[in-house]
Design a protein around this ligand. Structure first.
Ligand code: FEO
Length: 161
């Protein structure tokens, strides 16, 4: 049986991951709107991954006998100044998520909850990857912003995800 405080924090994280999915889906609609289908596809895949993150937490809570509570998910932003601004937001958001995961790890450690510590390691590794990927796209978009041709090829590359 999992500690109530730990279960509550993991439940909150599950709801945050559902928000993350909606955030990326909203970004996908922005990319559709500016006719960058590659960017839209990238964001749709990311949204699906975020739902998987939420479901990992859901299944873990279920396995540990915790009561799972789905709470209200806030509306995400709906527009960005540019493709670069959207990916800069994505990168910043992933850094915030990494901090949330670190806080959960800290709680698990304090509560001597080794099962949760072990479970969270997947998220720790995933965040390293998510920060690196979004930051790399930000850097490329900065270079591409110097010419519309480069942005066109960048969109193609994003669509190959
Ligand atoms: Fe599930 Fe990208 O944080």
């Amino acid at each position: 049986m999992i500690n109530d405080k730990m279960a509550k924090a993991l439940n909150e994280q599950m709801n945050k991951e559902f928000y993350n999915s909606r955030l990326y889906l909203s970004m996908a609609t922005f990319f559709h709107d500016i006719n960058m289908e590659g960017g839209a596809k990238w964001m749709e895949k990311q949204a699906a991954e975020e739902t998987e993150h939420a479901m990992k937490l859901y299944n873990y809570l279920k396995d540990r006998g915790a009561r799972i509570l789905l709470t209200e998910v806030p509306a995400p932003p709906t527009s960005w100044a540019s493709p670069l601004a959207a990916f800069e937001d994505a990168y910043k958001h992933e850094c915030d998520v990494s901090k949330e995961i670190d806080d959960l790890v800290e709680m698990a450690r304090t509560l001597k909850d080794n099962a949760t510590l072990n479970f969270l390691q997947w998220f720790v590794d995933e965040q390293v990857e998510e920060e690196a990927i979004t930051d790399a796209i930000v850097q490329k978009l900065k270079m591409a912003s110097k010419g519309s041709g480069a942005l066109f090829f960048m969109d193609r590359m994003l669509g190959e995800r």
